[in-house]
Design a protein around this ligand. Structure first.
Ligand code: B12
Ligand code: SF4
Ligand code: SF4
Length: 306
């Protein structure tokens, strides 16, 4: 079953696939308590410290997690490259990854259930209360870099994580227990809002929080950084400078799709009304951003330009 699952997942476009146990993350619990006590989840109300460290809370009887690394960046997709355009993070180009990955992993689960009747499973992509990056390291895929993202070794960090929790006890892969950032601090140095300390992120200072997650007013220096850097949705700076992304695994064009007007048109033409916004963001991960929030950000970027 394990070999078959791995082969099928690789055929679905995952560049790396590993298997981890679903035991609670005991070592993570104290760190999590501290992280929440410091108020780092202020704008992420869906994160629950009591559930996060225990995959068994997401699927009753979960024993094994299949974890996949799904590359999404493309060498020809460079945010802000077109004259006058806005910078949209690479993960926002193409079809919404929740749709793509959940669809592929659900197909895999159904096929596994046909082979093994009675097997229970749950597909998790981003939205379930799971420590996906820690699970990926436990499955042997790579390590959490100083920017906190999962670096899949020479395949880099431009990849989504997808998880299939199963109630079957399959053989586990060896966890990835070393980190290979060494003395590098490039991601910490480039972050315009000083959101990063080694292996720790403060979401209250990350530009992505304030362009994607919440309409709350950012701290003044974060608002200034969004306006002056031009990152209108998400931010790739800490990954762009990472040496592990020098020759990474590139994305599947089927997932990535073609760049649209939002990515390439001059910002002036993108102060879109509600109806236009709905059309332009259909089936993309930008759909969760409200049109009024988008207009506010684009307005601030334009004001900083001229
Ligand atoms: C909430 C969230 C965010 C928040 C907070 C991010 C964060 N780092 O926690 C915000 C909105 C800022 C965000 C931004 C982004 N996100 Co996000 N996000 C998530 C989500 C939904 C939950 C993450 C979570 O649980 N955070 C909670 C904290 C507690 O986790 P933590 O950072 O690991 O904290 C631990 C460490 O700091 C550790 N620690 C503390 N001290 C020390 C000291 C040492 C020495 C060590 C080793 C560790 C350590 O202890 C803490 C507690 O366990 C996950 C999906 C998922 N379910 O996992 C996606 C996810 C992490 N995001 C993803 C992506 C792509 C992004 C962006 C790149 C998008 C973009 N381009 O704008 C940015 C990257 C910003 C960054 N540098 O992390 C991908 C990452 C893929 C990958 N290769 O790792 C994920 C996995 C989604 C997915 N399924 O693909 N995200
Ligand atoms: S995504 Fe941007 S703002 Fe957030 S930590 Fe990375 S460099 Fe800083
Ligand atoms: S930029 Fe350097 S420190 Fe940051 S994650 Fe990459 S290798 Fe690690």
């Amino acid at each position: 079953m394990k070999d078959w699952l791995r082969a099928e997942a690789l055929a679905l476009g995952f560049a790396r696939v590993g298997f981890a146990s679903c035991e609670p993350f005991e070592a993570e619990k104290a760190r999590l308590r501290q992280w929440f006590a410091e108020g780092r989840a202020a704008h992420l109300p869906y994160l629950d410290p009591d559930v996060l460290a225990d995959p068994g809370r997401v699927l009753a009887g979960a024993q094994t997690a299949l974890v996949g690394f799904f590359p999404y960046a493309r060498p020809d997709a460079v945010p802000g490259a077109a004259p006058g355009s806005l910078k949209l993070s690479r993960y926002l180009w193409g079809t919404d990854y929740h749709i793509t990955l959940k669809g592929r992993l659900s197909r895999l689960l159904r096929a596994a259930q046909e082979r093994s009747p009675g097997l229970q499973g749950r597909v998790c992509v981003d939205t379930a209360p799971l420590l996906e990056r820690q699970l990926a390291a436990r499955a042997g895929l790579g390590w959490q870099g100083k920017h906190t993202l999962l670096i899949a070794g020479k395949d880099g960090s431009w990849g989504f994580l997808g998880v299939l929790l199963l109630d079957a006890a399959l053989e586990r892969d060896a966890p990835f227990e070393t980190e290979h950032c060494g003395a590098c601090t490039a991601c910490l140095d480039i972050c315009p809002t000083q959101a990063l300390a080694p292996f720790r992120l403060d979401p209250n200072r990350c530009m992505t929080t304030f362009t994607i997650e919440t309409e709350a007013e950012p701290p003044v220096e974060v608002a200034e950084a969004i306006a002056t850097t031009g990152w209108a949705a998400g931010c790739d700076l800490c990954q762009e400078v990472c040496p592990w992304n020098g020759a990474p695994a590139w994305g599947d064009p089927e997932l990535w799709g073609r760049p649209g007007r939002l990515h390439e048109a001059p910002a002036e033409g993108l102060l879109l009304g509600a109806a236009q916004w709905r059309v332009r963001t259909r089936r993309t991960a930008l759909r969760r951003v409200r049109d009024r929030h988008w207009r506010k950000i684009v307005g601030a970027i334009l004001a900083a330009r001229y």
